[in-house]
Design a protein around this ligand. Structure first.
Ligand SMILES: [Zn+2]
Length: 405
C-alpha cells in the first residue's frame, strides 16, 4: 500500500498550507474530481435506496447541542462557541444529527411515511489536537456522508441491515476492503448517557442486525448516545480506523421529543438509525488513493484520456480529439509536444488509463494509436470507437480497460 499524504502531493490531489491551518486540507482540481465523482456515486446509491437529500447549516446555537447531549458528553471535541453581539452563542457543529432531528420535527409525520430516510453530505468540525493531524485522515473540517432514518421500533433492525448492505455494495464498487466489523459498546465512566436500559435495548438490536456477520465487540468505542456498528479499514501504515457506521439511537428522539402519529391516532416515539456509507469524504478518498496507488479505475480517474500529438503538425487534430472527448463528458487533456519528448510525455501520463498518440498516419485516418495504462497497446483505433469504449467503462465502473467489444 501507498501513503496517501505523499501521493496526494505528488499527484496534485490535495495539500495544506500553514496559513490555512493544520488539519484543514484544500483540494486541487484533480483531487476535487475524485471527490466529486465519489460524492455523486453516494448520492445516486442513496437515491436508489429511498433516501431524500437535505442541506443544513454547519453552525447551530449552543442550546441545540445542550439538548442533543453533545454539550455534556462531547464538548472536548468541539470548537469553543462563538459569542455574537447580543449574547447569542453559536457553535461549529460536531455532528449533523441535531439538525436532522429538527428537520424531522418541523413537520408532523404519520406512521405511513416511515421509514423516513434523510441524507446529507455535510460539513462538521472536530477540535483535534494539532499533534495528531495529518493528510486527509485526521482533519478538523470533515465532510460527512451522513443519514438519519426515522422509523418505528419494528423497522429499526431491517433499516440498519439495509444500511449495512449499502455499505457492502459501495465497498465492492469502490474497491475498499473492510478489515473487520466492530460492535462498539460503552465503558464505565461519565462519557456516556447514563441509561442502562437504553444501552441494553440498542445493543440487543444491533446484535440482531449483525446476525450471521463475524464481528468483535469493543468497550469504550460507542457514541455517547448509543452503541454502533463500525466498519473498520486499515491504512498503509497498518493503522486501523472507522470508515462507516450504523447506529440505533433511542436517546436523541427522546431529547428532541420526536413523534409520529400511529394507526391508533396517538403520538409515538420514532427510533433514529444513524448511518454513514463511506464515512467522511476525506477518509474515503485517502483510502482510495492508498488502495490504487493513484492508478484509479476509469470512473474515478481525475484524467481518463491524455491525447499526445507526435509533433506540432498534429496538435490541432489532437485539440479536436480533446474537445470531442470533453463534449461527451470524458475527462481528457492534451500533452503537447512543447511539454517534452513523446517518451517523456508518455511517462508523465503513466497513471492515466488511456493514452491516444496521434502521428501523421493517425491524423490522416481520423484515429489514434492507443496505449493502455496496463501496458497493452490495442493499436490504431478510430477516435469515435475509443471515446465509446471510455464512456462505457466510465458508466459501468469496471476495472477492465479494454474488454472485448
Ligand atoms: Zn447522526
Amino acid at each position: 500500500m501507498h501513503d496517501h499524504r505523499r501521493l496526494g502531493r505528488e499527484l496534485d490531489l490535495f495539500d495544506t498550507d500553514p496559513l490555512m491551518g493544520a488539519g484543514l486540507p484544500y483540494w486541487l482540481p484533480d483531487g476535487a474530481v475524485v471527490r466529486h465523482v465519489l460524492e455523486e456515486y453516494v448520492r445516486e446509491a442513496e437515491r436508489a435506496a429511498g433516501y431524500r437529500h437535505v442541506y443544513s447549516p454547519v453552525l447551530g446555537k449552543r442550546e441545540l447541542y445542550e439538548i442533543s447531549g453533545h454539550w455534556d458528553h462531547y464538548s472536548e471535541d468541539m470548537f469553543p462557541p462563538m459569542r455574537l453581539s447580543g449574547g447569542e452563542e453559536v457553535v461549529l457543529r460536531p455532528s449533523l444529527c441535531p439538525h436532522h432531528a429538527l428537520i424531522y420535527r418541523s413537520r408532523s409525520h404519520s406512521y405511513r411515511e416511515l421509514p423516513l430516510r434523510i441524507a446529507e453530505l455535510g460539513g462538521m468540525y472536530r477540535s483535534e489536537l494539532s499533534g495528531v493531524l495529518g493528510g486527509l485522515t485526521r482533519v478538523r473540517a470533515i465532510q460527512l456522508n451522513d443519514a438519519h432514518i426515522f422509523c418505528t421500533l419494528e423497522q429499526a433492525v431491517e433499516e440498519a441491515r439495509a444500511a449495512l448492505g449499502l455499505i457492502r455494495r459501495a465497498y465492492d464498487d469502490l474497491g475498499i476492503r473492510a478489515s473487520r466489523y466492530r460492535l462498539s459498546l460503552p465503558a464505565d465512566g461519565g462519557k456516556y448517557v447514563p441509561d442502562p436500559d437504553l444501552w441494553r435495548r440498542a445493543s440487543a438490536l444491533l446484535e440482531e442486525v449483525l446476525d450471521g456477520v463475524p464481528y468483535e465487540s469493543a468497550e469504550g468505542e460507542a457514541a455517547f448516545y448509543g452503541p454502533k456498528i463500525d466498519v473498520q479499514i486499515t491504512d498503509a501504515a497498518g493503522r486501523e480506523s472507522t470508515l462507516s457506521t450504523v447506529q440505533i439511537d433511542f436517546h436523541q428522539p427522546e431529547r428532541f421529543d420526536l413523534h409520529y402519529i400511529g394507526p391508533d391516532g396517538g403520538k409515538h416515539r420514532p427510533v433514529m438509525v444513524h448511518r454513514s456509507v463511506i464515512g467522511s469524504v476525506e477518509r474515503a478518498v485517502a483510502q482510495l488513493v492508498e488502495a490504487y496507488g493513484g492508478a484509479f479505475p476509469v470512473w474515478l480517474a481525475p484524467v481518463q484520456l491524455v491525447v499526445l500529438p507526435v509533433s506540432d503538425a498534429q496538435e490541432e487534430r489532437a485539440h479536436d480529439v480533446v474537445r470531442q472527448a470533453l463534449a461527451r463528458g470524458i475527462r481528457a487533456e492534451l500533452a503537447a509536444p512543447g511539454d517534452g519528448t513523446l517518451g517523456a510525455r508518455v511517462r508523465a501520463a503513466r497513471l492515466v488509463p488511456y493514452q491516444a498518440v496521434i502521428g501523421e498516419r493517425e491524423a490522416d485516418a481520423g484515429g489514434a494509436a492507443v496505449r493502455l495504462r496496463d501496458g497493452r497497446r490495442p493499436g490504431a483505433v478510430p477516435v469515435d470507437e475509443l471515446l465509446d469504449r471510455i464512456g462505457a467503462r466510465d458508466a459501468d465502473r469496471g476495472a477492465e480497460l479494454w474488454a472485448a467489444a
